[in-house]
Design a protein around this ligand. Structure first.
Ligand code: ADP
Length: 409
């Protein structure tokens, strides 16, 4: 069966078509700058094979429906396309950022589910409307095709109240749903499943700490295969130091900024989300730029690296305390998969807690899962590339064929 995975943003649509009999990616593409005077649609066909080819069109893309139609045009291109027609697509999996407390697992989309996703818009005002646009367009363009919503928050719905409740007036939780939800759940669940498989142990018996370090960063404590705590909160701003997002700060800083600098709440929101994190400290949000700057003697860049990796270490320690026994620590996403320095600094000094990485293994550059801890480390440390599209496609297949057990991810 061929599964189309759609990640619809406010001005972009990422899409991937997978053949799930082999889990091969048939095509991977992006529609960009929707609603702007000039947009782009591009798609790589049969990536990573001898037959790889690319198609790209620069043209105005008025709205998501136009964008999706253009994506379908490339996928069904007479010369280079990977499917004959829309009818070849068996099911569609949509990434949805926020599922609130309603969605604990991937869900087949019907009108009630659409309404419930709409209900969560106040919790994710930037993301869920864009996700909904993608779903509504796909429902129109692919009538009768089963469509599934896979939520970034769903994996974390197993977190107990003591970890999801903020120490705030309780009716804010009851009436306004103010609590920790956590994000990146599809990625944490996927790498946890891969780690369990690689360790040769059922996921349901694994205690893991998964560390997703990309532009957005988060860490999850997983007990017996279930998320029991995570660093991102009600919104994707809390916790670790991210590319442009602050992570944890004293909440009274908002008040200080308002009272003393006269900043209004919209501006504070923008500054904490877009101008903080690594970028706020040193001016660069891309870790590769930070390493170049450090090499050139930039002290602020060195400080940014220090602040980020210290915060990582602090949370690893916290989650070890939460879990007690830890079988595996997994690094994933752009920085986690590629940056040996961030990895080694994030676990520096943790040998006394049973975490020891092997410098040579850590420095190997391979785009595949690999063990980087020493043979005597009590906690196995892994680098596992995340693959959210494959995870969404697997979840979608599992709902199309509910009688077949889902592949252990
Ligand atoms: P997103 O959260 O947008 O999905 P990614 O997972 O792609 O982000 O991660 C993006 C981050 O990965 C960037 O900050 C970039 O600095 C970092 N990154 C990518 N490749 C490397 C590399 N070779 N070394 C260090 N950092 C890298």
């Amino acid at each position: 069966m061929k599964i189309l995975v759609i990640n619809s943003g406010s001005s972009s649509i990422k899409f991937q078509l997978l053949d799930m009999s082999s889990e091969q990616v048939l095509a991977s593409g992006l529609v960009e700058r929707i609603g702007e005077p000039m947009g782009t649609v591009k798609c790589t066909m049969r990536p990573g094979t001898e037959k790889q080819s690319a198609l790209k069109r620069d043209l105005p893309v008025a709205d998501h429906q136009t964008g999706m139609l253009l994506a379908v045009e490339l996928l069904t291109d007479k010369a280079q396309g990977v499917v004959g027609s829309r009818a070849d697509i068996g099911a569609i999996g949509h990434r949805v950022v926020h599922g609130g407390e309603r969605f604990h697992q991937p869900t087949v989309i019907d009108s009630a589910v659409l309404a419930a996703i709409r209900d969560t818009v106040p919790l994710a005002p930037l993301h869920n409307p864009a996700n909904l646009d993608g779903i509504e367009v796909a429902l129109r363009l692919f009538p009768g095709v089963l469509q599934v919503a896979v939520f970034d928050t769903a994996f974390h719905q197993s977190i107990p109240p003591r970890a999801y409740l903020y120490a705030l007036p309780y009716d804010w939780y009851e009436h306004h749903r103010i609590r920790r939800y956590g994000f990146h759940g599809t990625s944490h669940k996927y790498v946890a499943g891969e780690c369990a498989r690689l360790m040769g142990k059922p996921l349901a018996r694994c205690n893991l700490i998964t560390v997703h370090l990309g532009n957005g960063c988060s860490m999850t404590a997983i007990e017996n295969g279930r998320s029991i705590d995570t660093t991102l909160g009600m919104t994707p701003l809390e916790g670790l130091v991210m590319g442009t997002r602050s992570g944890d700060i004293d909440p009274a800083i908002h008040v200080f900024l308002h009272r003393n600098l006269g900043l209004d709440i919209e501006e504070i929101d923008r500054l904490l989300n877009k101008e903080s994190g690594l970028k706020g400290i040193c001016g660069y949000n891309d870790m590769r730029d930070i390493h170049s700057a450090v090499a050139a003697g930039d002290r602020r860049a060195a400080l940014a690296l220090d602040v980020q990796t210290y915060r990582n270490r602090k949370y690893i320690g916290a989650f070890m305390a939460v879990l007690g026994r830890v079988d595996g620590l997994v690094f994933t996403a752009g920085i986690g998969e590629n940056d040996d320095q961030v990895r080694s600094r994030s676990v520096q000094g943790l040998e006394c807690f049973g975490i020891a990485i092997d410098p040579e293994r850590n420095q190997r550059r391979l785009n595949e899962p690999r063990l980087i801890s020493t043979d005597t480390s009590a906690v196995q440390v892994w680098v596992i590339p995340t693959n959210e599209e494959l995870a969404i496609a697997r979840e979608t297949v599992a709902l199309v064929n509910p009688q077949e057990p889902m592949k252990e991810t």
